[in-house]
Design a protein around this ligand. Structure first.
Ligand code: AOF
Ligand code: ZN
Length: 374
């Protein structure tokens, strides 16, 4: 491995420590190296807080002069909530800067690099670029589209089922895979489920790992069917929860009770392009973006996943697969929706990979185009 890749890997590792705490800002880590030794490290720790470069360099004195700095995102050159990172890099006399990928923020985009070069700093771009782009796929998507980056997550058997004939789905995968889900939940600003899943499983939709941060919970419940005694309602005072229902809903009394329990009720217009009895997901996604929710992990069920895929809103898939067979005539798959007529219309996931999780498998990949049915 090249030495600059070694230090960039460390910067990425540091950046990940900000997961769940910096959205909608990017995950950024920084390493300062002098004479083959790491002399300082830092990462972006909280939204509105110092950037990674400043956190690393603030602990350095004269020893940083002539040193190298590694950072997974181009250093900023604008006054935002904090002063420009380029300023402190110059102030501390850094000689070479290694960058993972460019910052797409129009306030920065290439200008940070140009400024450093103008002032005599040697800049190398694109170190572990693919890894750095994937690390911040949420940030890149949100800053471009102003809509949340959307991942669909499901667990299924090897024969493509998500529940047994009785409807029971606990548990398809083992503990290793379920722990992995909680790590995923930390990375996303919000977790979403459809009302069918909530009625079937009564889930908490929280993040149960050490130092976990609970994402906002969002329920798609067009007709306000959420039971008042569900775990979600019972815990709405502690974990922010949004319920998206059809606008002009007649269940005023129920809405008031839910609001009293701490649930935010969002009334959304009906879908005029698809099924008119459900909320317009595109409109909901725009509203979530306006609320600075940069990412949503959608945990089913199959109807909601199908609608997201059909509406072109799904960006990544996390499929947890248990090597089990359960068979059956009626139990459904994890993604429903409109479907295709011929195999060549299928969506191929890009950059897909498989991760082994204590006997189960995770396949994840990017959805890069819409499903078009002729
Ligand atoms: C960096 N290093 O660690 C981060 C950067 O609102 P502010 O002031 O925190 O600025 C946020 C913008 O700064 C964000 O949109 C992105 O362009 C950049 N984030 N840049 O050099 C960092 N977090
Ligand atoms: Zn900065």
């Amino acid at each position: 491995m090249k030495i600059e890749e070694h230090y960039m890997r460390r910067a990425i590792e540091l950046a990940r420590q900000g997961e769940g705490r910096v959205n909608p800002n990017p995950l950024v880590g920084c390493v300062v190296v002098k004479a083959g030794q790491i002399i300082a490290e830092g990462f972006h720790q909280s939204y509105g807080g110092f950037h990674a470069e400043r956190n690393a360099l603030l602990s350095c004195g004269e020893e940083a002069r002539g040193g190298d700095l590694y950072v997974n995102l181009e250093p900023c050159c604008h006054y935002g909530k904090t002063p420009p990172c380029v300023d402190i890099i110059l102030e501390k006399g850094i000689r070479r800067v290694f960058i993972g990928c460019q910052d797409p923020n129009p306030l920065v985009a290439g200008k940070g690099t140009a400024l450093l070069r103008e002032r005599g700093v040697q800049v190398t771009n694109g170190v572990l670029e693919t890894e750095c782009l994937e690390l911040n796929e949420i940030f890149f998507h949100y800053i471009k589209t102003k809509r949340p980056f959307t991942a669909m997550k499901y667990a299924m058997t090897l024969d493509g089922r998500i529940a047994a004939d009785s409807g029971s789905s606990q548990w398809i995968t083992g503990e290793g895979a379920r722990r992995h889900v909680h790590m995923l939940r930390r990375r996303y600003s919000a977790i979403m489920a459809g009302i069918g899943t909530v009625l079937a499983d009564d889930p908490m939709l929280d993040c149960r790992i050490q130092e976990g941060v609970n994402p906002i919970r969002i329920l798609c419940d067009s007709h306000l069917r959420l039971p008042l005694q569900s775990k979600i309602v019972q815990t709405a005072g502690q974990i922010p929860t949004i319920l998206a229902c059809l606008e002009g809903n007649i269940f005023q009394e129920k809405a008031e009770k839910l609001a009293k329990a701490g649930i935010q009720i969002w009334q959304i217009a009906p879908d005029t392009r698809g099924r008119t009895e459900r909320v317009d997901l595109m409109r909901l996604w725009e509203k979530l973006g306006e609320a600075e929710i940069d990412s949503v992990l959608v945990e089913g069920g199959g109807v909601l996943h199908g609608s997201l895929l059909n509406d072109g809103l799904a960006d990544r898939v996390y499929a947890y697969i248990a090597p089990k067979l359960i068979s059956g005539e009626t139990n459904q798959g994890p993604v429903r929706g409109k479907g295709i007529l011929k195999m060549d219309q299928a969506i191929m996931l890009q950059d897909s990979r498989i991760i082994s999780l204590e006997g189960d498998y995770l396949i994840t990949g990017k959805v890069t185009r819409r499903l078009v049915r002729e």
